[in-house]
Design a binder for this molecule. Structure first.
Ligand code: C5P
Length: 222
C-alpha cells in the first residue's frame, strides 16, 4: 500500500505526543498514541488485580480487554471496554504500573497486532517506544526523540502540577528515570533507536521548531 506511516519513538516525557499531534494535525494524518494502549491495559491489570507473572491470567485478561480510540481534535480519547479512561490512564498508579505490564510478551504481541491494523491503509503518525523497530519497521519516516531528563521532568511537572499539587518534581524525575531504565532494559522489544531513525534532541527546541524539523522529513514524500 502507499499510505505513509510516521514512527516517533523515544524516552518518556520527551514531547513525543506533542510533536506527533501537531504533525498529524498539520498533515491531516491520523494520530495514534500507542502508550495510551499500554496504559489502558495497565489500568485493567490494576483494577482486576491481574498477576503479570501468571501467563494464564494474562491471556484471560487480554481476551477481556477491548480498547478503542476515538480521535476528537487530535487529542487521545481511549475507551477500555466502553468506558472513557483517557484521564485516569495519566495518573500515577498507572504510570507506576505500565512498564511492568508493557514488558509482558503476550501483551506486546496483542498491542502490536492492533497497532499494525490501524496503520494498514491510512496515513498515520504513531508514537511509542518500538514503532520504528517492531510495529512499522518499514515506516518511511522514523524519528527518535530524546531530551535531558531534568528538562523532561520539569516540563512534565509544569504540565500536571495544577491538577496534581501533591506530586513533587522529585516524584516525576524518579518515575521518568525508572521508566527509561525499564523500557531500555526489557527483553521484549526494548526501547532502542532503529538504525534508520533520525535523532531529535529537543532539550533546547521549541514545539514549533520540532514541528518544522519533522515536516521537513515528511513533506518530500507527499
Ligand atoms: O508513551 P507513554 O509514556 O504514555 O507510554 C507509557 C509506557 O508504555 C512506557 O513507559 C512503556 O513502558 C510503554 N510503551 C511501550 N511501547 C510503546 C508505547 C509505550 O512499551 N510503543
Amino acid at each position: 500500500s502507499n499510505n505513509i506511516v510516521v514512527a516517533i519513538d523515544g524516552y518518556s516525557s520527551c514531547g513525543k505526543s506533542t510533536l506527533a499531534k501537531a504533525l498529524a494535525k498539520k498533515l491531516q494524518f491520523i494520530y495514534v498514541d500507542s502508550g495510551a494502549m499500554y496504559r489502558a491495559v495497565a489500568l485493567y491489570f490494576l483494577r482486576n488485580d491481574i498477576n503479570s507473572q501468571d501467563a494464564e491470567q494474562v491471556e484471560e485478561a487480554l481476551k477481556n480487554i477491548h480498547l478503542n480510540f476515538h480521535s476528537r481534535d487530535y487529542e487521545t480519547h481511549i475507551t477500555l471496554n466502553g468506558e472513557e479512561v483517557s484521564d485516569e490512564i495519566r495518573l500515577m498508579p498507572v504510570s507506576d504500573k505500565v512498564s511492568e505490564v508493557s514488558a509482558i510478551k503476550a501483551v506486546r504481541r496483542e498491542m502490536v497486532k492492533q497497532q499494525q491494523r490501524m496503520g494498514k491503509s491510512k496515513n498515520i503518525v504513531m508514537d511509542g517506544r518500538d514503532i520504528g523497530t517492531t510495529v512499522f519497521p518499514n515506516a518511511p519516516v522514523k524519528l527518535f526523540m530524546t531530551a535531558d531528563p531534568k528538562v523532561r521532568a520539569e516540563r512534565r511537572y509544569k504540565e500536571i502540577h495544577d491538577k496534581n499539587p501533591d506530586i513533587t518534581l522529585e516524584d516525576i524525575f524518579e518515575n521518568i528515570a525508572h521508566r527509561d531504565y525499564a523500557d531500555t532494559t526489557r527483553t521484549e522489544s526494548p526501547l532502542v533507536r532503529a538504525a534508520d531513525a533520525i535523532i531529535l534532541d529537543n532539550t533546547n527546541l521549541t514545539p514549533e521548531q520540532q514541528l518544522e524539523f519533522a515536516l521537513g522529513k515528511v513533506e518530500p514524500l507527499l
